[in-house]
Design a protein around this ligand. Structure first.
Ligand code: ADE
Length: 248
C-alpha cells in the first residue's frame, strides 16, 4: 500500500513515521509513505498557499489550486486502481477500527491535511472522496490526524505486525476491549500475576482471557457490547461478571 500525505509541514512526519513498526513496514516494502507539500505546486513569486475568506471573517483559507495540482501529480504518477482521497477534517466521519480496516484494503490513500481555517470547499466537493475526523475536538491542523490514520491503517496490513495474531487480539478488533497482559516478574511490589496464566492450561487461559475482555468492555465501554455478536459462552461469562461485579 502507498500512502500519500499532502501537508504544508512535511517535517512533522519525519519523527512519527521514522521509528519502530512504521519504519520497519516501510523498510520491508509493505507500505510506502510520501509527503507532498502543496507549496511546491505554487507558481507565484511568494509561493502563496492561503488567502482571506470570501465574505470576510477571521483566519485564512487554503487556496484550491496548489492542493488540486498536488493531488493531480500524485494521481498521475501512480497506477493504483483502488484509491481513496481523504480530507482530514473535524467535520468528517469519526475514525474507528472498522474504518482503519476498510482503508487498509485500498492500494493508495491520499490524506489531505487542512490548516488555518480550512481548505477551499471546492476541494472537498470535487476532489475528495470523503472527510475523516479522529474525534470530536479541533486540532491546529490535519497532520496529527493523518499520522493517526496512517498508523492505524498500516498495522492492519498483513505482515506489518510480524505475528499475524497481534492485530486480531487488539482492543476493538473483535469489537471488545483487550484482556490484560502480564510478563515477568511473577510478583512485583507484592502484586501477583493471576495464577491461571501460570497454569499452562491453554483452554482455561483462553476462557479467562475472553472473560476479562468481556469484563473490561462491560465496565469501561458497555456501549460496545451492543454491536458484538456474543456466543452462548459469552453470555454465561457476562452473567458471572455481573454477579462478581455486584459483589456476589
Ligand atoms: N483537523 C483539525 N481537527 C481535526 C480532527 N479532529 N480530525 C481530523 N482532522 C482535523
Amino acid at each position: 500500500m502507498r500512502i500519500d500525505i499532502i501537508s504544508l509541514f512535511p517535517d512533522m512526519f519525519t519523527g512519527p513515521l521514522g521509528h519502530s513498526i512504521l519504519k520497519r513496514a516501510q523498510d520491508s516494502g509493505l507500505i510506502s509513505v510520501h509527503v507532498t507539500n502543496p507549496r511546491d505546486f505554487t507558481y507565484d513569486k511568494h509561493r502563496i498557499v492561503d488567502d482571506t475568506p470570501f465574505g470576510g471573517g477571521a483566519g485564512m483559507v487554503m487556496k484550491p489550486e496548489p492542493i488540486f495540482r498536488a493531488v493531480d501529480s500524485i494521481v498521475n504518477a501512480s497506477n493504483a486502481q483502488h484509491r481513496r482521497i481523504i480530507l482530514m477534517c473535524p467535520g468528517g466521519q469519526v475514525f474507528d477500527q472498522d474504518k482503519a480496516r476498510e482503508l487498509a484494503g485500498y492500494e493508495q490513500l491520499i490524506l489531505l491535511c487542512g490548516h488555518y481555517e480550512g481548505i477551499d470547499a471546492r476541494i472537498r466537493e470535487h476532489v475528495v472522496d470523503e472527510a475523516v475526523s479522529i474525534g470530536d475536538y479541533v486540532l491546529t491542523g490535519g497532520e496529527l490526524p493523518a499520522m493517526v490514520v496512517t498508523d492505524a491503517v498500516a498495522r492492519m496490513i498483513p505482515g506489518v505486525l510480524g505475528a499475524n495474531a497481534s492485530a486480531e487480539q487488539d482492543s476493538f478488533y473483535n469489537g471488545l476491549l483487550e484482556y490484560p497482559h502480564y510478563t515477568r516478574p511473577r510478583e512485583f511490589n507484592g502484586w501477583e500475576v493471576p495464577e491461571i496464566l501460570l497454569s499452562g492450561d491453554h483452554a482455561k487461559i483462553e476462557r479467562w482471557r475472553r472473560k476479562e475482555s468481556l469484563r473490561a468492555t462491560f465496565i469501561r465501554r458497555p456501549d460496545l457490547l451492543e454491536n458484538v455478536e456474543l456466543s452462548p459462552l459469552d453470555y454465561k461469562l457476562l452473567k458471572e461478571i455481573k454477579s462478581e461485579q455486584a459483589g456476589g
